[in-house]
Design a protein around this ligand. Structure first.
Ligand code: LP5
Ligand code: MN
Length: 261
């Protein structure tokens, strides 16, 4: 497999010792959990505003039916908060999750966020860091991977987005119910990342020092020894039950707990 090397120019150690970056994922924002939306808006205003960048590694929304849903009041509140944060000088990066992969240019432009491909390699505080949502690594979950293959195809998405917003939302409801039912029949092991798939990705990206992903809602810090390299795999927690986030600076990364979730 061809190795991918990082060519980004942002590889310097920051001269500012207070410089830090936040990583979050799996917020699953939706109208029916207003306290999570409030906690997120508060996080943007009072925490993320002190950082140089915020990385959101997928599943920002419980689901995203298409960028023609921008006028929705809940979505507008989030867009406005991102806009304010970006205006204050914080760079906001967003990666698709398995629930909001239909987020497209219109949303990103309105919110002033930069969409990142999954996976993305960055260079931060002198370290190579690989970022992913994580669902593509759940290779033992064959039913999900087949579903993923279908819904991530450009043809399928074009056909889906060609339907009325209301009809799309109804179809998503059907899939959510089916997914919840199928998940209740799957073992925890099947729904976790496959460690061989993780190692293959780390090899492909030339042994980054850190690998950060979400999706499994199993927040943890794992240490991997691979071909003589030490790699730390950080798994981010969700926001509706766990409320954790990761903050990294030139000394390292720390998992933090949000109050009140
Ligand atoms: O998200 P999470 O962690 O709860 O579960 C995932 C996998 N499930 C999904 C589905 C989403 O949760 C809900 C749908 C999101 C909307 C996407 C927007 C656009 C798509 C619109 C499609 C019409 O991703 C779950 C994994 C789990 O992670 C752990 O990794 O197990 O996967 C499943 O449960 C998938 C099932 O096994 C297979 C589903 C087949 C559904 C076929 C539906 C056909 C009916 C169509 C009707 C219109
Ligand atoms: Mn997910």
């Amino acid at each position: 497999m061809k190795k991918v090397r990082d060519n980004s120019a942002s590889s310097l150690v920051s001269p500012d010792p207070s410089d830090h970056t936040f990583f979050i994922s799996d917020l699953h924002l939706c109208v029916s959990r207003p306290h999570i939306t409030s906690a997120f808006l508060d996080f943007l205003k009072n925490k993320a505003s002190s950082a140089s960048a915020l990385y959101i590694l997928g599943d920002l929304f419980e689901y995203w039916a298409g960028d023609d849903d921008l006028d929705d009041a809940h979505n507008q509140a989030i867009i406005a908060a991102f806009h304010d944060l970006a205006d204050s000088g914080v760079k906001i990066f967003l990666m698709h999750g398995n629930r909001d992969f239909l987020i497209a240019e219109k949303f990103c432009t309105a919110a002033q966020v930069t969409l990142l491909p999954d996976p993305t390699l960055i260079n931060l505080y002198g370290k190579k860091i690989l970022l992913s949502h994580g669902d593509a690594l759940c290779t033992d979950d064959i039913a999900y991977q087949n579903f993923r293959l279908q819904v991530r195809s450009a043809e399928w998405q074009a056909e889906f987005l060609n339907q009325e917003l209301q009809s799309r939302k109804q179809q998503i409801e059907t899939i959510r119910l089916r997914s919840e039912h199928e998940k209740s029949q799957k073992t925890m092991a099947i729904m976790d990342v496959n460690l061989q798939a993780v190692e293959a990705l780390l090899l492909q990206y030339d042994y980054p020092a850190l690998f950060i992903h979400g999706h499994t809602h199993r927040p943890n810090e794992h240490h991997i020894q691979l071909d003589g390299h030490h790699i730390t795999r950080w798994v981010l927690g969700d926001w509706y039950e766990q409320g954790s986030y990761l903050v990294c600076d030139q000394h390292g990364c720390k998992s933090m707990q949000l109050q009140g979730i």
